[in-house]
Design a binder for this molecule. Structure first.
Ligand code: ATP
Ligand code: MG
Length: 552
């Protein structure tokens, strides 16, 4: 195996420095999903970074649900997230919930009030946003900013006890309404929300805001490196402010560039809309960029990890080419997947006129050509076969090496046949090719006559009909962040993203229990769908076999 020394990414540099300087003796990272949707490919990057760094440096990773928005969250998502992380092959140290710390967070809020660092504001949401000012213009102080500690404490307790309606009051930190970083202009710490929480039930009717929650949760768990996406860099000073002001364990936040992919949307809000509007069959629709979607599509955890490794960790946002991901999927499946022959919709019948009637010859064919002596499948050859229509051409150019009138081709793994006669229906469509086979060309016979073309085939007598779901990209716009003002992202849904066809496969394929996608020889990778039954097998197209794409 070739070993190249890889340059450390900026997070690895930081961690190595911290371990060397003794700033920490081991590292603890966390993955902090909000349970308001299913994980997507962007989360896979975050998972690979958080768990990958911990693995590399002998540390650990907590799974922490950032569950502070009761109205959008659900245990359905909590469970799905765990399943996806396990599928990727990662094991968390502790399963934590921000809601586990609600009491502690609240106690700290009272402490801030007592120290004159927080106040209850009666302004409406609009007034508060209005009063924040802009980057150029300082904000204005709330008329409620100078309430006494006693009054603030009483009001906060009343808020907690449910005395007020949603939106009637908030708790804000008292920092600086003219601060150049807008985050410091008296950020909201708590809002009132009379909503049932999937874990704490009706215990709370005030819920902490992200900025007041995240850093303290990291600190409570002694997270050493809290890694998040770039848009949080403006939050970092506030993250530090809470930790310093409360005098608690000094977790630190580091930001990396989020994953953006061509032809792909990764906003949970929009993915949820696609599901709710029935524009896809569900979160696990094989066209979705969710982990359950790509899994159903046949992408492997190994391929996703290979992809995350290739894109690396940077500090500037960029749009990654989805072809690189598809290339990784192909790489992984090429090595591991079993091969079968499948003829697609609208095939042509190929009759071997000199084949003895009723005879079946079984060929032992390797499941994977990289291991020709390895496991085999048995493929039946008979006098009546099906081939792909694309593998025959009546008026073929010289360079066409598949079957043509009077031409020869090898039927993969078996004999060379020659096309002697074309049969057409009344519309002039080719329906049958009458061929003869050359018995001396049987592989292993010693005499190996070669022809330029090899095509795949199935025996009509043994072939099984299957449903093929031919998937393509969900969107037609390469950069989905560039949807024009007068359009909606849904205007770019690809009407051809799913085409359902029929196919005929060799019988062994339906017994395949490798658990990953199989290769339809010469065509692409396909995986058995969860809708598949014995009577009605269904296969999803994972990715085409060939592509001109080459990674740098
Ligand atoms: P979305 O905007 O899709 O709802 P989110 O950031 O709100 O995503 P969270 O559940 O809060 O989703 O994310 C959990 C973790 O995954 C966070 O640390 C977040 O920064 C990270 N993450 C989310 N999207 C991406 C992405 N596209 N690339 C890399 N990391 C991401
Ligand atoms: Mg989020």
């Amino acid at each position: 195996m070739e070993e190249t020394v890889k340059k450390l990414n900026f997070l690895e540099e930081i961690i190595e420095d911290d371990l060397k300087s003794g700033k920490c003796s081991s590292i603890l990272t966390r993955f902090p999903p909000e349970p308001n949707g299913y994980l997507h490919l962007g989360h896979a990057k975050s998972l690979c970074i958080n768990f990958g760094l911990a693995q590399k440096y002998g540390g650990k990773t907590n799974l922490r649900y950032d569950d502070t928005n009761p109205t959008k969250e659900d245990t359905e998502y909590v469970d799905a997230i765990k399943e996806d992380i396990k599928w990727l092959g990662f094991q968390w140290e502790k399963e934590c919930y921000a809601s586990d710390y609600f009491q502690q967070l609240y106690d700290w809020a009272e402490m801030l009030v007592e120290r004159g660092l927080a106040y209850v504001d009666d302004q409406t949401q609009e007034q508060i946003s209005e009063g924040r000012g802009t980057v150029e213009k300082p904000g204005i102080e709330s008329p409620w900013r100078n309430r006494s500690v006693e009054e603030n404490l009483r009001l906060l307790r009343e808020m907690k006890d449910g005395k007020y309606a949603d939106g009637e009051k908030v708790l804000r930190a008292k920092i600086d309404m003219a601060h150049p970083n807008m985050m410091f202009r008296d950020p909201i710490l708590y809002r009132i929300k009379h909503a049932h929480h999937h874990r704490t039930g009706d215990k709370w009717c005030i819920y902490p805001m992200y900025d007041y929650t995240h850093g303290q949760c990291d600190s409570i768990e002694n997270i050493t490196h809290s890694i998040c996406t770039l848009e949080f860099d403006v939050h970092r000073p506030l993250y530090d402010w809470f930790i310093q002001t409360l005098g608690i364990y000094p977790s630190h936040q580091y930001e990396f560039a989020r994953l953006n992919l061509t032809y792909t949307l990764m906003s949970k809000r929009k993915l949820l809309e696609l599901v709710q509007k029935g524009l896809v069959s569900g979160w696990d629709d094989p066209r979705m960029p969710t982990l359950c979607g790509v899994r159903r599509r046949g992408y492997t955890a190994e391929a996703l990890k290979m992809f995350c490794d290739k894109i690396g960790v940077t500090k500037h946002d960029q749009l990654m080419d989805i072809q690189l991901l598809e290339w990784c999927v192909r790489q992984d499946l090429n090595e591991r997947s079993n091969r079968y022959m499948v003829v697609s919709d609208d095939p042509i019948k190929l009759t071997v006129t000199n084949w003895p009637a009723g005879v079946t010859e079984w060929f032992d064919c390797p499941l994977n050509p990289s291991d020709p002596e390895g496991a085999k499948r048995k493929v039946p050859f008979t006098g009546e076969l099906l081939i792909d229509r694309a593998d025959f051409m009546e008026d073929a150019p010289n360079k066409f090496f598949r079957l043509k009138p009077d031409g020869e081709v090898r039927l993969k793994y078996t004999y060379i046949v020659k096309c002697n006669e074309i049969v057409k229906d009344s519309d002039g469509k080719v329906v049958e090719l009458k061929c003869t086979y050359d018995p001396s060309t049987r592989p292993g016979n010693g005499e190996w006559r070669s022809v330029k073309g090899t095509i795949h085939w199935v025996s009509t007598r043994y072939a099984k009909e299957i449903e093929l779901r031919q998937y393509d990209r969900l969107f037609t716009l390469a950069d989905m962040s560039q949807v024009p003002e007068d359009k909606d992202y849904k205007d770019f849904l690809n009407p051809q993203s799913l085409v359902v066809e029929k196919g005929w496969c060799e019988p062994a394929m339906l017994e395949d229990n490798s658990g990953i996608a199989v290769q339809f020889e010469r065509v692409g990778y396909y995986v058995k769908d969860s809708d598949s039954t014995l009577e009605h097998p269904v296969f999803n197209k994972t990715v085409a076999l060939k592509d001109s794409y080459k990674p740098e």
